[in-house]
Design a protein around this ligand. Structure first.
Ligand SMILES: NC(=O)C1=CN([C@@H]2O[C@H](COP(=O)(O)OP(=O)(O)OC[C@H]3O[C@@H](n4cnc5c(N)ncnc54)[C@H](O)[C@@H]3O)[C@@H](O)[C@H]2O)C=CC1
Ligand SMILES: C[C@H](O)[C@@H]1OC(=O)[C@H](O)[C@@H]1O
Length: 258
């Protein structure tokens, strides 16, 4: 008889950034339904309160910490506040992100700063602030960043966005390398298209959607609920010997078969 690994999160505390809508909201609800006490972070308090209400209606537990993750001082103060309230945090999900889909010829310095600050700097600063505390915890912790297939192959969704997501993949490897001995696992997931407020307008364009489906072996875009399983695997005991990896959740898109 083998000890089957658990995907359950009872007794675990999980911080999720960008938890107010889209992928972050789905992961927050899914992790709460898996037993975790979820700590909801994003700029929009009203969205977070709505997700908190949804989680509580399902019998789960959630707390709201509004924060702009691009403001490092505010981010560090919020993380300190969270640890004062919880003492231990077991899981961090770096999900907050954005995109401005400019062609390379048209990218402005402000666009570069906004995308890199939101997608990469915030993920590193959160990982550092939370990871330093996780290294002091008896059971370490798990950090999961939401990258993208755009960090692995060329897309037409913006060169700066792609660079930011590639940076997250490499950051994942080096943090895993440095923190493994302290029991902190660091991984990322790389989604292809999922219907969220970030992508809804794109996926409503029939021609654009057909282009996506033409390169997607499963011939459909993802549903945000389909990210919960991969995220749970990497964040729970079921993924206890996995670190430094990026799991592409992409309908097969990155295999580029012909
Ligand atoms: N939807 C998709 O097809 C894909 C999304 N992704 C990534 O998944 C993550 C979530 O994307 P979606 O849910 O689609 O986007 P979304 O736009 O629906 O949600 C983004 C979330 O991040 C939060 N956020 C943005 N800037 C913030 C800031 N400065 N401080 C705090 N919170 C902030 C927003 O409030 C929102 O809750 C992003 O990192 C995105 O790059 C990756 C691949 C595909
Ligand atoms: C697959 C990409 O990550 C996806 O493409 C977009 O246009 C959005 O920005 C999503 O991130």
């Amino acid at each position: 008889m083998m000890n089957l690994p658990s995907f359950r999160l009872e007794g675990k505390k999980a911080i999720i950034t960008g938890a107010g809508r889209g992928i972050g909201r789905a992961l927050a609800i899914g992790f709460a339904q898996s037993g975790a006490e979820v700590i909801l972070c994003s700029r929009t308090e009203s969205e977070l309160e709505q997700v908190k209400s949804e989680i509580e209606a399902l019998g789960g537990s959630a707390l709201v910490y509004p924060v702009d993750v691009t403001d490092t001082a505010e981010l560090k103060k919020t993380v300190k506040h969270i640890f004062n309230d919880f003492q231990v945090v077991d899981i961090l999900i770096n999900n907050a992100g954005m995109n401005i889909r400019s062609k390379a010829n048209d990218v402005t310095e402000d666009e570069w700063i906004r995308i890199m600050d939101t997608n990469v700097k915030s993920a590193f600063m959160m990982s550092q602030a939370v990871g330093i505390r996780m290294q002091e915890q008896q059971n370490g912790g798990s950090i999961l960043s939401v990258s993208s297939v755009a960090g692995h192959i060329a897309l037409k969704t913006g060169v700066v966005y792609a660079a930011s997501k590639a940076a997250m993949i490499q950051m994942t490897k080096v943090l895993a390398y440095e923190w493994g001995s302290k029991g902190v696992r660091v991984n990322s997931i790389g989604p292809w298209y999922f219907e969220t407020p970030l992508t809804k307008h794109l996926l409503e364009d029939e021609n654009y959607l057909n282009e996506i489906l033409a390169v997607t072996p499963l011939k459909r875009v993802g549903q945000v609920e389909e990210l919960i399983g991969p995220a749970l695997f990497l964040s729970s005991e079921a993924g206890s010997y996995v670190t430094g990896q990026t799991l592409f959740v992409d309908g097969g898109m990155t295999i580029n078969g012909f």
